[in-house]
Design a protein around this ligand. Sequence first.
Ligand code: 5CA
Ligand code: ZN
Length: 427
Amino acid sequence: MRAWSHPDIPSIPGRSDAPRLHDTATGSIVEARPTDVARLYVCGITPYDATHLGHAATYLAFDTLQRVWRDGGYRVHYAQNVTDVDDPLLERATATGVDWRDLAEEQTDLFRADMESLGIIPPDDFVAVTDVIDDISAAVHTLREAALAYRVPTPEALATADGPGADLYFDIRAAERAAPWALGDESNLDAQTMLTLFAERGGDPDRAGKRDRLDPLLWRAARAGEPSWDSPVGAGRPGWHIECSVIALAELGTDFTVQGGGSDLIFPHHDMSAGHAAALSGHPLAQVYSHTGMVAYQGEKMSKSLGNLVLVSRLRAGGSDPRAIRLALLNQHYRTDWEWTAGQLDEAESRLAAWSLAFGPIAVPAPIAAERAAERSDDVIERMRAALVNDLDTRGALAAVDAAVSAGVDDPALLGRAIDALLGVKL
Ligand code: 5CA
Ligand code: ZN
């Protein structure tokens, strides 16, 4: 599927080291050093409501990672899904009386426009689940043939030629014996926490007929009034986690560099996606599991289901400069949970104005600036790089630029290009 346009990224002298990044699987900081191409998967949106600042913060964190890799001389291969068929989307479509396909298309379009305005580098592969249903059902079939998936008869499902319809579940215990994977490898969580999160985040621990309470749904048999597709595992639609396993394997292969998303995806989504992928391929899914903190608003996690949203599109329509939105988000550490307030946008607007004056097109030319500069642009750029490779310390990078505004630099235009390349803000 079409993504959105690529921002131009100026090249600057010197280069970043490989970034050090927090890895959820080991609970430690590790080096995200690509062997050749950096391969990145970030879980995409469920397009039933417009991009809010939580989504924007998450995609911006991985955009920063990508900019650091590029600055380090690595090529990046980036894949992202769009969950364009899933319960919350179907429920919203029914509640508002629109066709679920139209809702998904309209919201995906708005997401593209928001990402483009924020200067987020688009994925190379932007894949809608509805475009790869056959691949997903083939993968579920493979798991079933390998005895890693089982049927749970489902009276409310539509009957098929072979008898009553059945949902298909992933057999965690069988997969642990067959694949290089164990439950908890990626999330590092204990069994009780897993059970709680599973119930909160779309799982069905109490479904009768499951072998393990945490076994996740792979394929949902067709129900009246729900979209479904014919397949070797019966008519139905994909469960959630398998979409990301199949898309990531197809686009990036196994053992890719970083699997990313918000911390609400640590469990069950990323554990189960990794489990499915390991069961299908015989290899681990990714090397590093990276998660962003949750953005809150009015005291609670910003979420489409709660409705406490600050939409990027609404801020833009109200006249906010997307570069200021970007700077406000960069002024938080990506891993920390934080709460949005309007004052943060005002602060970012002042910072943008000060930076534009100092390092933008109207900045003093280099020879004149050099006479009164206390700093070399090259040194400021090295400080920005040192901050960013240190687990994406964007606040540290912003502080380095703020200090340069006061001190003055010998080549303001060069620092302006570095701000564009590394932080994605064109002054
Ligand atoms: N389609 C699935 C992933 S396969 C999904 O979680 N979609 S989503 O639209 O709910 O979220 C899209 C991305 O934004 C995910 O990476 C999610 O972790 C992240 N996200 C959602 N809410 C927030 C928030 N309040 N703060 C930070 N990130 C968030
Ligand atoms: Zn996902």
